[in-house]
Design a binder for this molecule. Structure first.
Ligand code: C2E
Ligand code: CA
Ligand code: CA
Length: 266
């Protein structure tokens, strides 16, 4: 399926909005890979990425997703009020080749997108390699004006020291923290709030923006906002969707805003 998908163009870059928790406005979009197989239907990335990494096909998939996602951001940028939104793209360790900064620069030039609107999402798997090539690519991306997000923060082997050893701009608090804010005993929920507050404080002191993942309820949104988390994403705001549907949603949102504006002024 992966090989056929690469050949016959079945890979899609779906988008999920990332909103500012203060006002619910869209700050950016995360590109999430989907394999839309003509017979088997839609396949989420979980299993595909593991196999693609083992077989080395992840590089080609990554290239297709990157190109499509940037094209989608260019299409979104045609709409009013979206010119400052950013695009976050997930990268596997195997995509950190020395050619990446040039490849990205060429795509951005082609689609008239500023590098400051691109966020490169990596997990500790990239940083754990502690490979000079990875260091050099991250440094170049940072100098070029892209931002780096550390994904799934607080789980696995994500070490606090990564925040000062690498040019990290955004810390993405793992979904499990958001979930634990509103499940389990009162004591567990209180401890989860403390953990998020701690991550937020350290991240802000290191100059990083904090994004919470997996927000599904209004209660989680309000709690995270009160804990000083800057942005968030999750089913409460929107599920990931193909670009056509995203464009329709953004258009109807902006029409609704325009329609309500005169009465608000009145
Ligand atoms: P991730 O980067 O942590 O992405 C967030 C995952 O959480 C996505 O799963 C998203 O659909 C899901 N999600 C978003 N909001 C909610 C929510 O409110 N509740 C719950 N339960 N889930 C939510 P998805 O799309 O299945 O992606 C899984 C993982 O696959 C991603 O986790 C990322 O690590 C990887 N991935 C996705 N696209 C790509 C890609 O293009 N390249 C690479 N290398 N990895 C990718
Ligand atoms: Ca991610
Ligand atoms: Ca994540």
């Amino acid at each position: 399926c992966i090989e056929a998908g690469l050949k016959d163009d079945h890979f899609e870059a779906w988008l999920q909005p990332i909103v500012s928790l203060a006002d619910g406005q869209i700050a950016g979009f995360e590109a999430l890979m989907r394999l839309n197989h003509p017979e088997k239907g839609l396949m989420p990335p979980g299993k595909i990425i593991g196999i693609a990494e083992e077989t080395g096909m992840i590089a080609r998939i990554g290239d297709q997703i990157l190109e499509k996602a940037i094209r989608h951001l260019a299409a979104i940028s045609e709409l009013d009020g979206t010119q400052n939104t950013y695009l976050a793209v997930n990268f596997s360790p195997l995509q950190f080749e020395l050619t990446l900064p040039h490849k990205l620069a060429a795509l951005l030039l082609k689609h008239h997108i500023s590098p400051s609107r691109i966020v490169v999402e990596i997990t500790e798997a990239v940083l754990m390699l502690d490979n000079p090539e990875v260091h050099s690519v991250l440094k170049q991306l940072n100098e070029f004006g892209c931002r780096i997000a550390l994904d799934d923060f607080g789980t696995g082997y994500s070490s606090l020291s990564y925040l000062n050893r690498f040019p990290v701009d955004i810390v993405k608090v793992d979904q499990s923290f958001t979930r634990s804010l509103s499940s389990g005993t009162a004591d567990l929920r209180r401890k989860s709030r403390m953990l998020i507050k701690g991550i937020r404080t350290i991240s802000h002191q290191m100059g990083c923006t904090v994004v919470a993942e997996g927000i599904e309820t209004k209660e989680q949104w309000q709690l995270l906002r009160k804990l000083g988390v800057d942005c968030g994403q999750g089913y409460l705001f929107s599920r990931p969707m193909p670009v056509d549907r995203m464009l329709t949603m953004l258009e109807s949102d902006s029409e609704a805003k325009a329609a309500s504006a005169p009465s608000m002024r009145a």
